[in-house]
Design a protein around this ligand. Structure first.
Ligand SMILES: Cc1cc2nc3c(=O)[nH]c(=O)nc-3n(C[C@H](O)[C@H](O)[C@H](O)COP(=O)(O)O)c2cc1C
Length: 180
């Protein structure tokens, strides 16, 4: 028994070790929540996740170089940023054969299913390994008077709204590490 443990340790080499899945996290963040969520994911995933903003140059080229793509975006008046929408419709070919995770941020979780179907193409939603609601936060001071006025009407409060779901970082890491 001891001898076999010794021998397996002795003969294992980095070449035999399981290759880590390379993930590109494409994000769009207006006030920093999605960016922070992505940074936590990248830091916890230990080097296997690279971040790129939705409008970055040669995004399709970057997607091609990765095994998995996490698309992370936040909602504003029911919609994700147009660059995310464009990528999701025009990038279908690049997504082929890749593990896809959609991460959607917002403070209106009760409508999360509706927001998913309204913002992402049906084909991509079907193909995605997971569609995750990652919560969000709203900080009035980050916004102008008009937004603060509207959000007060909607949320019924003039204070911060904290619906962060940091636990989804670990959930997504598990999905990425799972067998394909
Ligand atoms: C003007 C405005 C509109 C918003 N509209 C929605 C919405 O329609 N649905 C929702 O769930 N959250 C909505 N939110 C909440 C944001 O999605 C939430 O603050 C999110 O964390 C923002 O992430 P980001 O800072 O990374 O962009 C809205 C926030 C603002 C400021």
């Amino acid at each position: 028994m001891l001898l076999s443990i010794f021998l397996s340790g002795f003969f294992s080499s980095p070449d035999v070790e399981e290759k880590k899945m390379k993930t590109l996290l494409v994000y769009c963040s207006r006030k920093g929540y999605v960016k922070e969520w992505g940074e936590r994911l990248a830091s916890k995933a230990g080097g296997s996740v690279t971040m790129a903003e939705a409008g970055d140059k040669d995004l399709t080229g970057k997607i091609r170089e990765h095994d998995a793509v996490v698309i992370a975006a936040s909602l504003k008046a029911g919609s994700v940023d147009s660059r995310i929408k464009k990528l999701c419709t025009s990038g279908q070919k690049e997504f082929s054969g890749k593990k896809i995770v959609i991460a959607l941020a917002g403070i209106g979780e009760s409508d999360s299913g509706k927001f998913m179907t309204q913002n992402f193409p049906a084909e991509l939603l079907e193909k995605a390994e997971a569609k995750i609601w990652i919560g969000g936060r709203y900080i009035p001071e980050q916004n102008n008077f008009l937004v603060r006025f509207i959000m007060k009407k909607i949320t019924g409060s003039s204070g911060n709204v904290n619906c962060e779901k940091w636990e989804t970082v670990d959930e997504v890491i598990k999905i990425l590490e799972g067998s394909r």
